[in-house]
Design a protein around this ligand. Structure first.
Ligand SMILES: [Mn+2]
Length: 329
């Protein structure tokens, strides 16, 4: 008889997933259910996604992390995953957008984060099932000072992930199974097999998230929109990340680049003024920096807005035939 195997938050921990499925001797006709958050924080989101997508009898539940990718809500972990996956990122997000918010068969229910006891899964809010910020807030209002599973008296067992419950799974009353044992934080990756209701678990090979975070700091910083930051945003971003040893050296170069560009602004003003005094109206009209030159001619030259970002400054400098430094790479 085939089993249903529910795995807690995988978070890009491919080696641990392979080891776990090996340890529990997963058979081709066993149903594998990933309880969501299969990507982010770990070293190999691409391999995890490829494996889960290509295996038959496999269900992946929408976790709050997948939902962030689908909705384009990016914080640091999502920026890293996008870089880690490269060309595979867009098709993976397309796939994520098709994921169900729950799984249920005769033995078990699976959600990523939570459910309201007593209500059929099909009638639950997606936000509550996947543990989005608004879903979490709503649960707190519904069950103040309590956890949803404290109220869970339904006969059918339920398994979920989302919050790390510790190094071993949380099992309440033989019916409530919290399976997120923090694989990406150096904890364990855990699975529940039904209908035998056995727990299987392997140790994480490293505190992956702290390694990945450090490794990808510089690449994530480099792909920020440096050219389109305002000068204030640019200074703030440099200040925010300069404590990071991996990023500091590059940020010093960016800082020098920005200073050089900003120092160029008075020269741009002078060049514009000179041209405006020299050229005829016809010539100004045909000039790539016409708007600025007319301002200069009318004594209203103000480059605050025209040079409010590196890109705008470079565009104006180019129009005035002045050389600009390149963003360090
Ligand atoms: Mn998670």
């Amino acid at each position: 008889m085939s089993r249903t195997v529910v795995v807690g938050d995988i978070h890009g921990c491919f080696d641990e997933l392979v080891e776990l499925l090996d340890a529990l001797q997963l058979q081709p006709d066993d149903v594998l259910v990933a309880a969501g958050d299969v990507v982010d924080r770990g070293p190999s989101p691409g391999k995890v996604v490829d494996f889960l997508r290509s295996r038959t009898h496999t269900v992946v539940i929408m976790g709050n992390h997948e939902r962030k990718h689908v909705r384009g809500i990016f914080s640091y972990a999502q920026e890293i995953t996008r870089l880690q996956m490269g060309d595979h990122y867009a098709p993976a997000v397309e796939w994520m957008s098709t994921l169900p918010y729950f799984f249920e068969n005769e033995h078990i229910r699976v959600v990523h984060a939570a459910m309201i006891p007593g209500i059929p899964l099909a009638y639950q809010k997606e936000e509550i099932l996947c543990g989005s910020t608004s879903g979490e807030k709503e649960l707190q209002t519904l069950f103040p000072g309590q956890r949803w599973y404290d109220r869970y008296t339904d006969a059918k067992p339920v398994a979920f992930g989302h919050h790390v419950v510790g190094p071993s799974p949380m099992i309440l009353d033989g019916r409530v199974f919290g399976l997120d044992t923090g694989a990406c934080h150096g904890g364990r990756l855990t699975a529940l097999s039904v209908p035998d209701f056995t727990i299987h678990s392997v140790e994480a090979r490293a505190d992956h998230w702290s390694v990945v975070k450090r490794q990808w700091q510089l690449p994530v910083l480099k792909q920020k929109d440096w050219l389109d930051f305002t000068w204030t945003e640019l200074d703030e971003t440099i200040a925010r990340f300069s404590a990071d040893p991996a990023a500091r050296r590059w940020l010093v170069e960016v800082s020098a680049w920005a200073a050089e560009l900003r120092a160029l602004i008075p020269a741009l003003a002078a060049a514009a003024q000179m041209l405006a005094d020299e050229l005829s109206t016809e010539q100004i009209r045909a000039h790539p920096a016409a708007a600025i030159l007319f301002q200069a001619r009318n004594g209203r030259l103000n480059l605050d807005r025209q040079c409010s970002t590196p890109r705008k400054t470079i565009t104006l400098a180019t129009a005035l035939d002045l050389a600009t430094p390149d963003l360090p790479n």
